[in-house]
Write a new protein. Structure first.
Length: 324
């Protein structure tokens, strides 16, 4: 079976090699893959002797990434911008996803490394490395690392594994096509010193009981829609735990006879909509999210719309009715 990872374009590699430094930015409201991608990319560039600055708009809501928040800025320093660094955009399928952190440096040369299947190209020809079949952006970065000839240190391996583990649901979302390359990469990270057991414990230990009860409340409040083909759940604005949705999706996707799950998160004036579909459903929720201005993967995607929870509920039901 051929690898899911194509060769990196020489123009992208040359841009990295010739850069004196780089500003690294991933999407706002970051998850594990966004933050781990940023930290892995910075570690790779620092091994090459390059200066880096890490940007992210935040907020760092998820407990598993909060420990890294102090390594990120809201905006690049003026002195560094004056040196014309390369901008490296990670885990973003559209130019709005990085938020304000990117808008102020969007005039600089940039490359994009990502794994989302839908979106809007926003890098010059040859200056992106996008692999939709990759389970995480960190695995795309690993291919760039190899092409650059940078050794796999324990630090780099840790961040690469962290992003892969979180975005794949600790292997749960691996398909037959992506599994061989992904598991071979994971094995190399372990040989470099990563302990999957320790990483799992770091990510899943120490949650507040109140957050666990909130997750249970959201699950209990889920309702069947469209004749039971989907389950829709609701997260109130008072529920702040960034990892709450992970448990909601994992539990509700086990329900018998459904195609997928929708989670509406009240953001007081806007509603974040998360889509998940079962792998055997044939339902491409990435295309559904794109209709609402969002994007993602075939089985995991999201969008944000303006309005109330009731308005979002009605919009999503009509949208999914057309797709079904």
């Amino acid at each position: 079976m051929a690898s899911i990872f194509p060769q990196c374009d020489s123009r992208l590699l040359d841009a990295i090699r010739s850069a004196s430094g780089a500003i690294i930015v991933a999407h706002k409201n970051p998850d594990g893959d966004a933050i781990a991608s940023s930290l892995a990319m910075a570690a790779i560039l620092e091994r090459m002797g390059k200066r880096t600055e890490l940007l992210n708009d935040g907020p760092f809501l998820r407990g598993d990434i909060r420990r890294f928040e102090d390594r990120f800025r809201k905006e690049a320093t003026g002195e560094f911008i004056s040196t014309s660094p390369l901008v490296i955009v990670l885990d973003c399928s559209t130019p709005d996803r990085p938020g304000d952190a990117f808008s102020k440096i969007s005039n600089l040369d940039r490359i994009v490394i990502d794994h989302h299947s839908s979106g809007v190209p926003f890098a010059a020809e040859g200056m992106s490395y996008i692999v939709p079949e990759s389970p995480s952006t960190t695995l795309c970065i690993n291919e760039v690392r190899k092409a650059l000839g940078v050794d796999l240190t324990e630090e780099i391996a840790y961040f690469l594994y962290l992003g892969f583990a979180t975005d794949s649901g600790f292997y749960h979302f691996l398909g037959q096509r992506s599994a061989p390359d992904a598991l071979e990469a994971a094995a190399s990270f372990c040989r470099a010193g990563v302990s999957p057991y320790d990483v799992y414990d770091e990510l899943h230990d120490g949650r507040k009981l109140s957050d666990i009860k909130d997750m249970a409340s959201v699950i209990c409040g889920a309702e069947p829609i469209l004749g039971g083909k989907f389950l829709m759940a609701y997260q109130s604005a008072s529920m702040k735990d960034g990892k709450l949705s992970d448990g909601v999706y994992a539990s509700l996707l086990e329900a018998e006879g459904i195609l997928g799950v929708v989670l509406l998160k009240d953001k007081e004036g806007t509603v974040e909509i998360g889509f998940r579909s079962k792998h055997k459903s044939g339902m491409d929720v990435g295309k559904a999210a794109a209709v609402l201005g969002g994007g993602g993967h075939m089985h995991a995607a999201g969008a944000t719309i303006t309005g109330t929870m009731d308005e979002a509920r009605n919009t999503v039901i009509e949208l999914l009715r057309d797709f079904i």
